[in-house]
Structures are given as C-alpha cells and as structure tokens.
Ligand binder design. Structure first.
Ligand SMILES: O=P(O)(O)OC[C@@]1(O)O[C@H](CO)[C@@H](O)[C@@H]1O
Length: 394
C-alpha cells in the first residue's frame, strides 16, 4: 500500500559498474559489446561507421569516458548532465546509469544518427523493433483482445501494459538463462486498487505515461490509454517517448507511428483501439512529448522545472519499465523494504510504477515478500524479469 513519506529522505549507495560478477558490470562488459555487434550486423555501414564502432567498443570496455566534441549539438546539455565529472574516468567507475546512457549517445554518434549526412535520423535498432512488431506473438496478443469481457478489461489491459515490459530487446540479450516467467510469475507489490482510485470512471484528468519500450510493450501501453479514454477514466493522455533511439528498444515518435499503423491495420477489436487513438491524436486528447530529459543519465529527482510543472498537473503519471524505475527511485542499492513513498517524495504528483524486475534496484517490498523471494531464488528475482510490481504514491 502507498506509504506516508518520512521527513528525511533515505539514502543508499549509487550503483556503479565496477564489481566483476555483478549485473551492472556484465551490462558494460558483455551487453554493450553484444549491442555493438548486433547493430553492426544489421546495416551495411561504411568504413567510417565501422571505425567509429571499433573505437566505441575499445573505449567503453577498456578505456575512459571521452568528452563530446566542442561542436557537438548536445554538448551543453551533457555538460549540464555531469559530463565533466565523468570524463577521464573508466566507464566502470562512474554511476552505472550515466555510463549506460552515454553509451547509447555515443553509439548513435558512431553510426551517423545525429548527422549531418545521409545516415542522419536512421534508428540503428529499427530492424529489431519492426521484427518484434511483425511477430506472430503480436498477432496473437491482438487477436486475444476480442475475447476479453468488458469486466476484465481494466485489469487485463493494466497487466498487459505491465507484463509487456518483459519484452525489451536489450534485456533479452542477457536473459537467455533467466527462468521462464511462466514458472515464477508474480507481483512483488500490487497497489492497483490505489491506481484505479486515481483514475475514477468519471475522471477528466490527464494521464502522463512515461513510456519504455516500443513494439510489444508500446502496443499494450497504447491499448491501455485508448481504454482509459473510452471509459472516461481520463480526459487526456500525454505519452512521453524518447527524443532519439535509446536502450535498444525504447519508443520514439517513429515507433508510436509504427504501432498505431499496426493497430489500425489489424482486424476486429484491435482496429477499434487504433481508431480511438488516431482520432484522439487528431483532437488533442492524446499528445506525444519527447522531452530531452527522457534520455538523461539522471534520476527524476533532478528533472527540470518545465517537466516538473507538466507532471505536477497530471492526475497520475505512470512510469513504465526498469530503467524508468531506476530513475524514479534513484539508481541505488536500497534496502528492499525502503518505503516507495519516501524515495518518490520528490515526484511532483501522483505516480505509479509498472515494471518487471530487471536490475538490482528495488524498494517498497514487505519484509515477508522479500524473505520469500530470497528463500526461493537467492537474489535472482531482482534481475530475471520474472517478477513485476505495481507501486503507487498518491
Ligand atoms: O527499462 P527496461 O526496458 O524495462 O529495461 C532496461 C534494461 O534491460 O536495461 C537495463 C540494463 O541495461 C536494466 O535496468 C534493464 O534490465
């Protein structure tokens, strides 16, 4: 249940990537090289791009953080985001959140995404996102929509959006040996009643949904938004997406458009949801927002005033996924029973986290829940993607 924030915000060590054998270390040492390989194989890049990818691979695994060029379009932004404190240090010794975020910034640069030039704007992750969107699993999920009874819809669509977070593509690169979610499903925290109380059936407020992955996560996020608009639980929705490709599968504007076309091109129930969303975009009841801070290497406690002001007016902000959870509560090694209300007291309005567990960060667990997880799985439950949570701070 939501808890009352204590007057003194708690603290815990910031997560770094420098402990061999830890999950953050494996992301820097193994996942990032795998992502470079995958991207390199997916496009007929030219020699300059291959050389830049080689340099990034050597730098991010064995070198130190290099500053952005003085004429980089976003140099001032990264300076404000703490570049000076990280430059010259090993990628492993700085906050893990910062290293990961900078890796994606540098990867896009290496393939020419920021231009100028013919590769400007090309998303290096697009082939993987499209493959997922076109997969038979997506067909099956959309076909199953029609079978849901009106009474089931709230719960089914909320859980679709929640468990859709398991589908992130970067995670799958290191999840091959994780247990199947079917053998150990389960919510480790479930504040869904509180969530629904913030979205009453006569609601006219705004829902902000801070999206995570494209494809099989974004589709259920969009279905949930359409449903809430149709049921009159919200008057308006703002979908916060990334301003550029990020963490492999994070949703951008292009991904929203692909997902919408997938829905409007589908059959039966799915197409109705697609039409609701299409017309909601046309009349302003659904807006997209690609704020630069959405791809910042910082916790949401540090969000800029314009974004803070915007989220403050929402009836509820739903924060999707693992990375956004890390940014919401702070990427720290919290004691798992640290109250969620305490670590999110900085957030400007009611906030709900919908997340499958894919990194060490966790807060808000009841002591017996933590004990049961540890007894059953050691610490694997933290990163395996087989558990999920719905946590709310009113
Ligand atoms: O945010 P998402 O898509 O749910 O998960 C992102 C993720 O795969 O990437 C991070 C490691 O790179 C982890 O926090 C998490 O497992």
């Amino acid at each position: 249940m939501p808890d009352t924030p204590s007057p003194h915000p708690p603290s815990a060590p910031v997560i770094l990537g420098n402990e061999p054998g830890s999950f953050p270390h494996s992301v820097l040492a193994e996942r990032h090289p795998a992502i470079i390989r995958q991207v390199r194989d997916a496009f007929p890049y030219g020699p300059a791009q291959h050389r830049a990818l080689d340099a990034l691979l050597a730098g991010c695994t064995k070198g130190v953080v290099e500053p952005l060029p003085v004429d980089a379009h976003d140099r001032a932004r990264w300076e404000a985001w703490g570049m000076a404190e990280c430059v010259g240090r090993s990628w492993y010794d700085i906050p893990w959140l910062w290293s990961e975020s900078y890796f994606y910034r540098q990867l896009l640069d290496a393939v020419g995404h920021f231009g100028p030039g013919p590769w400007q704007g090309i998303d290096p992750f697009r082939p993987f996102k499209l493959a997922e969107l076109d997969s038979p699993e997506t067909d099956e999920e959309l076909a199953a929509l029609g079978a849901l009874s009106a009474d089931d819809l709230d719960r089914a669509l909320l859980h679709g959006s929640l468990w859709g977070n398991r589908a992130d593509l970067g995670f799958r690169l290191s999840a091959a040996h994780a247990g199947s979610a079917d053998t150990a499903p389960g919510l480790v925290a479930d504040d869904s009643e509180t969530l629904w109380s913030l979205l009453p059936s006569t609601g006219a407020g705004t829902l902000c949904l801070i999206a995570d992955n494209a494809g099989r996560e974004l589709i259920p996020d969009l279905l949930l938004i359409a449903h809430l608009l149709e049921r009159g639980r919200i008057g308006r929705a703002v979908l916060h997406i990334k301003p550029y490709p990020y963490y492999v599968s994070d949703a951008t504007t292009a991904d929203v458009l692909d997902a919408l076309r997938r829905l409007t091109g589908a059959r039966r129930a799915a197409v109705d949801y697609g039409r609701v969303l299409w017309s909601a975009m046309a009349d302003g009841r659904l807006a997209l927002r690609a704020h630069p801070f959405s791809a910042a290497p910082l916790p949401y406690a540090d969000m800029p005033d314009d974004l803070r002001g915007e989220l403050a007016t929402a009836a509820l902000t739903v924060v999707k996924g693992d990375l956004n959870y890390r940014r919401l509560v702070g990427d720290r090694l919290w004691a798992p029973t640290t109250p969620f209300g305490d670590v999110t007291a900085h957030f400007p309005g009611p906030v709900a986290a919908l997340r499958t567990l894919k990194s060490d960060v966790i807060t808000g667990l009841a002591p017996d829940t933590e004990a049961a997880l540890v007894a059953a799985e050691g610490q694997r439950w933290r990163t395996g993607g087989t558990h999920a949570l719905i946590q709310v701070r009113t």
